[in-house]
Design a binder for this molecule. Structure first.
Ligand SMILES: [Zn+2]
Length: 735
């Protein structure tokens, strides 16, 4: 995931964001001309100072400062945007669009820190601020996109014959501004605008409630392993994790499994206690679906209805059509076509996987049919039997710190980045570490990378990237600040943290987002770094996953946590051989979520019962009963904790088609470390942000449109018929 703020886009349009709690626009202006004194009594409102072009003063933050800081920064922005709108001079690029771009620092900075607290340092005090501020921030955003005088000026610049004299990046920026304002209702009449704003505020409140409910179910429920027998099947590292979790939660017993993916999935993989597996599975997959005060079903019904109404107001058939308008796929139909193409072979593969597991289970004396809480357990057994590959054996070679060094090394080899630890900037939690990023050859400062690796109460589950500050050079060179966040279980007193192969892949994935931000080389912040359309933003991250299995990384960095010996080649070969294993499961659990997301948002404004819709749609799709959606509807934060990935979870598949096809450009050349291909990837894709239409950018990297073949081959799925590009029709350049 990648999450961050865009400088001016209202929540509805924050396409490159994910489940970020605060996807709100900002319009703060840096010029003091409008008469707002900097409120020095609230450190959140002070400009980031210090070396590296300034950094967040995390050491001075108090939760009580968020509300007044947000209020002051929003008021300031509104006045400043008003000044742009009321400018007596005729509108031109500089006094309108560039002026909007120059706005932003104060609110950007407050929102960045507020977003970090909301997603990683949450507590009842923070949540109270969120509940109060979310609707107000939505209203604030509408006040800007509904400012008629402002829109008239943007429209005038966009339609002016002088536009041709602007640089290509400026023309693209005008295009992006104009279309985003239109999609946010800038052309509606007063009544429709009023209703739109009501809807946005209501939605903002519902999103906040949704994510707080999921967080509550994650924090409040744990599986207590009472006796030594309850630890059956768990490898030592998981036993240690469970014991640590019990200690830190002050619970007695042999161990505790917390209700997050990084605890549950390993437990489901190894526990030989079928009853406990079922308990853990139910606890995790029923988040937000337990009745009672944290149940999300009614909220979802309301969210879907409001979204459908909003789409109609804006002139779109459904919320899905509205959301897909600003993507590479362009239409829900194109996204559905890709999903359906992959769904059929994925489900067929699941049938084979289940048959293999059933055979093995029966041989071991099992008298039951494989259930969803058995899938990971027996898949692991089949993996061991068939490929002699024990994930746990692999894990002993995957130390978090070494894997991080491995990522740094790859970034140095292919993109020329150098990372140095930094200890003189404040962090918001002692677990967070910071590195300075420089160009390896020139020594030029490129940015800071913050790393927040460990799970803790108040931090949302999953892994994501965040841009604290975007690269730009409107007036002077501004370097980016990016962060990666994950939920690894912290080791006891400095013991090495061992992570699974999947976790290592996720680590590389999020780092790919960070490198996208760090490679940015543009003029305007709105077009910078990861601010690209949603079904393109997961391309740089997913392509990065391909460097983990390279021998160069494994031999140097996958070293045994006790002996320090590199991972044996025989084990690497077995990993390679098993790489298409369980792809039926992984693809199907993802696609089921993506299809439900799209179908929910195509269903229009009927009153939807989410549980019933999920059940019936999965039956229609022929969902294998042994698998559950990766994110069930009541806990689908990508889709319901913001507009972020609504009707957009398919984006991962769309992007991975690009990622696989792009990586095959390396293998067609001299391999993953081919300097010429890497240079082209950085120049044509990573550094350009949203200054170039994504389809054009891809073509200039690859010399052709993307093909699905590489992905199907990677997953071991048969290709049906001829080569096919993921989009029906290549997007034309519009800026
Ligand atoms: Zn991602």
């Amino acid at each position: 995931m990648s999450s961050g703020r865009r400088r001016f886009l209202p929540a509805l349009l924050t396409v490159s964001l994910t489940a970020s709690v605060t996807s709100i626009p900002s319009f703060a202006q840096t010029q003091p001309a409008t008469g707002f004194a900097v409120r020095v009594d609230n450190p959140l409102l002070a400009s980031w100072a210090g070396s590296y072009g300034g950094y967040p003063a995390f050491d001075k933050v108090q939760v009580s400062q968020f509300k007044p800081a947000l209020e002051a920064a929003m008021a300031q922005n509104l006045a400043e945007v008003q000044a742009i709108a009321n400018n007596k001079q005729a509108p031109n690029f500089e006094n309108t669009i560039a002026a909007m771009e120059r706005a932003g620092n104060a609110l950007d900075q407050v929102q960045t820190v507020y977003g970090i607290w909301s997603s990683t340092m949450s507590n009842p005090e923070v949540q109270a601020v969120q509940r109060e501020m979310a609707p107000r921030m939505a209203a604030f955003s509408d006040q800007i996109t509904q400012n008629e005088a402002l829109f008239k000026r943007i429209e005038a610049v966009y339609n002016s014959p002088d536009k041709k004299k602007l640089t290509p990046e400026q023309q693209r920026l005008a295009y992006v501004y104009y279309n985003n304002f239109v999609r946010s209702g800038a052309k509606l009449d007063a009544n429709a605008k009023k209703r739109l704003s009501e809807i946005n505020q209501q939605l903002a409140g519902l999103f906040t409630k949704f994510s707080q409910n999921v967080l509550a179910d994650e924090n409040d429920s744990v599986l207590v392993l009472k006796t030594a027998a309850d630890l059956g099947g768990l490898p030592q590292s998981l036993r240690d994790d469970a014991a640590n979790a019990a200690t830190s939660r002050k619970l007695s017993g042999a161990g505790v499994i917390t209700n997050t993916r990084s605890s549950i999935e390993p437990f489901l993989t190894y526990s030989d206690q079928r009853k406990l597996r079922e308990k853990a599975w139910r606890m995790f997959y029923n988040r937000g679906d337990n009745g009672g005060e944290h149940d999300n079903n009614a909220l979802i019904t309301e969210i879907l209805q409001l979204r459908a109404e909003r789409a109609k107001l804006l002139g779109y058939k459904t919320h899905a059509h509205l959301r897909l308008d600003n993507t590479m796929a362009k239409t829900p139909e194109a996204a559905m076509a890709l999903m359906e193409e992959v769904w059929v072979p994925a489900v067929a593969r699941v049938k084979q996987e289940v048959a293999d597991m059933q055979t093995l289970a029966t041989k071991e004396g099992a008298t039951f049919k494989i259930a969803p809480w058995d899938y990971r357990y027996y898949a692991e057994k089949v993996r061991k039997a068939r490929y002699d590959l024990d994930q746990n054996e692999v894990k002993e070679y995957l130390q978090l710190d070494k894997m991080r060094e491995g990522m740094f090394w790859v970034a140095g080899e292919i993109y020329g980045f150098a990372f140095t630890p930094v200890t003189d900037v404040p962090v918001y939690h002692p677990d967070v570490k910071v590195w300075e990023v420089k160009d390896k050859t020139t020594g030029k400062h490129l940015g800071l990378w913050y790393f927040d690796p460990y799970a803790r109460p108040g931090k949302r589950s999953g892994a994501w990237m965040n841009a604290y500050r975007k690269q730009e050079r409107m007036d002077s060179e501004i370097a980016t600040i990016v962060s990666n966040n994950s939920n690894f279980v912290k080791g006891k007193d400095g013991a090495p943290v061992l992570i699974s192969w999947t976790d290592a892949t996720t680590l590389f994935h999020e780092f790919g987002h960070a490198l996208h931000g760090l490679s940015s080389n543009v003029t305007y912040p709105t077009l910078s770094g990861t601010s690209v359309v949603r079904d393109y933003v997961e391309f740089p991250s997913q392509v990065m996953e391909n460097w983990l299995p390279t021998p160069q990384v494994l031999q140097r960095f996958a070293v045994h946590y006790q002996t320090g010996k590199p991972i044996p080649q025989a084990l690497v070969d077995r990993i390679e051989k098993a790489s298409t294993f369980n792809q039926g499961f992984e693809t199907t659990e993802f696609l089921a979520s993506a299809l439900i997301d799209m179908k929910l948002h195509l269903a229009g404004d009927q009153k939807i019962d989410p549980d019933k819709f999920e059940r019936e749609t999965l039956t229609q799709l022929g969902m294998p009963s042994e698998i559950v959606m990766r994110h069930r509807t009541p806990q689908f934060s990508h889709v319901f904790s913001s507009d972020g990935y609504s009707a957009g979870y398919y984006s991962y598949l769309w992007s991975v088609v690009l990622a696989s096809d792009a990586f095959s450009a390396f293998t067609e050349a001299s391999g993953p470390y081919d300097k010429a291909v890497a240079k082209r990837l950085k120049e044509k894709i990573l550094s350009v942000g949203n200054t170039v239409d994504p389809a054009d950018a891809y073509r200039s990297f690859r010399g052709r449109d993307p093909k699905i073949d590489a992905l199907m081959k990677e997953r071991g799925f048969p290709m049906k018929g001829a080569t096919k590009a993921p989009e029906k029709k290549a997007a034309s350049k519009k800026s």
